[in-house]
Design a protein around this ligand. Structure first.
Ligand SMILES: [Zn+2]
Length: 427
C-alpha cells in the first residue's frame, strides 16, 4: 500500500519541477554531496569482517570445486574406457534385446548409475557437507538424498531420450551427424526449458500462488507497467533445501513464471522484494530466455564440431585398447562425455560472462522499474551469504555468473545519484 502511494507521488512529480528536498534525512542532501563510490563503500563496510571472511571462503572454495568436479568426472570417464568396462557395458546392453534404441537407453542407464556412484562422495561433500558447514543448507541427509535420486531419474529419462535421438542420427549420418546432433540437442534443450517449470521443477519444490495482496499487488502493478501480463506470482518453498534468497523467471512460450522463493519473502522488506522482482522482470522483458537459447545454440554447434574432430582422432589412436572404433558405438560415450566436459570447462569464463552481462542488464532494468536503489543494495548485501562481495576484476570475469556485490551496489548508487530529487520522499 505504501508503495502505491509513493509511486503515485512520484508520478505526480514527473514533468513538473522536481520536489525540493526537505532536508529531513541525510539521503535528501544535494547531488553534489552524494558520492556513489563512497556510498558503495559504506554499504560494503556494513558486513562484519567475520561474515565477509566466511562468505569469501565459501565462494572461493567453489572455484576449486569447478576443478575437482572436472578432474573427478574425467577420471571416471577415462577409467570406463581404459579398463574396457565401457565396452563390456555395451556388450551387455546388446545382449538384452535386438532393438538398437533400447541398447542406447540401457547403456545410458548403466553409464549414469556408474558415474553417479563413483562421484557420490564428492557430491555429498559438495552438495551436503559443505552447504551445512556454511549454514546454507536446511535439509537432513535423507531428503537430500531423495532429491539426488529424483535428479538421477530426470537425467535417466530425459538424457536417455536425447541419447536415443543422437545415436540414431550418428548411425544414419556418419559424416554430417555433428550438425544434426547440435540442432537436435538445441531443440531438445528448448523443449526441456519449456516443460521444466510445469513438469520437472514441482518434483523438487512446491510452487504456490502468492496470495498476500500487500506483496502481490505492487509486484503485479510493476509487471503491468512493464508490459508483462502475468496474473500470478509464484512462491517456491526453497527453504526446504536452503537458506538462500532467490527469485527467477522460468519457461517461455506461455509457461513463463515469475517465481520468488520463500526465503526472500521471510528475510526481505517489501521494498527489497520489489527491487528483486524488478530485476526478474528485466530478464522477462529483455527476452533473456530466448537470447540464452541462441547463445547455447552457438556453443552447441561449436561443441559438436569439436566432438566430431577430436573423437575421430582419439578413437584412431586408442580405439583398439578401448574396444570401440566409431562415434556410433555406444562404448565411446565416455569419450564424448570427457570431451564435452573439457570443452565446457575451458568455456567457463565465457559462459559466466554471458550470464553476468544479462544479469547486469536485469539489474539496470530493475533499478529503473522499481526505483529503489537502497533496497537493491540491501538485497545485494544479503546475497553475500553465498557470493563474495568484492572480488578482483579478472576473478569476476572468470568465476562470476552474476555481477559481484560491489558492482551491483555501485550500479544502484550511481542510479541513485542521478535521481536524488525524485527519491526525496521515498527512502
Ligand atoms: Zn537475474
Amino acid at each position: 500500500m505504501a508503495t502505491v502511494l509513493v509511486s503515485a507521488a512520484f508520478v505526480k512529480g514527473q514533468g513538473s519541477q522536481p520536489p525540493t528536498p526537505t532536508g529531513a534525512t541525510a539521503i535528501t542532501s544535494t547531488p553534489e554531496h552524494f558520492d556513489p563510490v563512497a556510498a558503495t563503500n559504506a554499504y560494503l563496510a556494513k558486513v562484519p569482517p567475520d561474515k565477509k571472511a566466511k562468505s569469501d571462503a565459501y565462494f572461493e572454495g567453489g572455484y576449486w570445486l569447478i576443478l575437482w568436479d572436472f578432474l573427478a568426472s574425467s577420471f571416471v570417464f577415462i577409467l570406463l574406457l581404459a579398463t574396457g568396462w565401457s565396452a563390456r557395458m555395451r556388450d551387455w546392453a546388446e545382449r538384452v534385446t535386438r532393438f538398437k534404441p533400447i541398447h542406447t537407453f540401457i547403456y545410458w542407464a548403466e553409464f549414469l548409475v556408474f558415474i553417479s556412484v563413483l562421484t557420490f562422495p564428492l557430491g555429498v561433500y559438495e552438495g551436503f557437507v559443505r552447504e551445512h558447514k556454511y549454514g546454507l543448507a536446511t535439509q537432513t541427509f535423507g531428503p537430500w538424498l531423495g532429491d539426488q535420486l529424483k535428479g538421477l531419474a530426470v537425467g535417466l529419462v530425459f538424457g536417455g531420450l536425447l541419447m536415443m535421438a543422437l545415436y540414431g542420427i550418428v548411425r544414419r549420418l556418419p559424416r554430417t551427424w555433428w550438425i544434426w546432433g547440435a540442432a537436435t540437442s538445441l531443440v531438445f534443450l528448448t523443449f526441456f526449458a519449456l516443460i521444466a517449470p510445469v513438469y520437472v521443477a514441482p518434483l523438487f519444490n512446491k510452487y504456490t500462488r502468492l496470495e498476500d495482496p500487500a506483496i502481490r499487488d505492487p509486484i503485479l502493478s510493476m509487471a503491468r507497467a512493464n508490459g508483462i501480463s502475468a496474473k500470478d506470482v509464484y512462491v517456491q518453498d526453497a527453504s526446504r533445501q536452503s537458506t538462500r534468497i532467490s527469485a527467477f523467471v522460468t519457461g517461455f512460450l506461455g509457461t513463463e513464471r515469475i517465481v520468488l522463493n520463500d526465503n526472500l519473502l521471510k528475510r526481505c522488506s517489501l521494498a527489497e522484494i520489489e527491487a528483486v522482482m524488478g530485476h526478474e522482470m528485466g530478464h522477462y522483458v529483455m527476452h533473456h530466455a530466448y537470447k540464452g537459447l541462441m547463445f547455447f545454440g552457438i556453443i552447441m554447434v561449436l561443441a559438436f564440431a569439436f566432438l566430431s574432430r577430436s573423437s575421430e582422432w582419439a578413437l584412431k589412436r586408442w580405439g583398439d585398447k578401448w574396444r570401440t572404433h566409431s562415434a556410433g558405438d555406444l562404448a565411446a560415450l565416455p569419450l564424448f562425455a570427457f570431451l564435452i566436459l573439457a570443452y565446457l570447462f575451458v568455456l567457463t569464463p565465457i559462459d559466466n560472462s554471458y550470464s553476468r552481462t544479462e544479469e547486469y542488464e536485469a539489474d539496470i532494468f530493475g533499478l529503473n522499474a522499481a526505483r529503489l536503489p537502497d533496497a537493491e543494495a540491501e538485497v545485494d548485501l544479503k546475497l553475500a551469504d553465498y557470493r563474495k562481495l568484492d572480488p578482483g576484476t579478472l576473478e569476476e570475469i572468470i568465476f562470476y555468473d552474476h555481477p559481484s556485490g560491489r558492482v551491483r551496489i555501485y550500479a544502484a548508487m550511481r542510479w541513485k545519484a542521478e535521481h536524488l530529487h525524485e527519491l526525496g520522499n521515498r527512502e
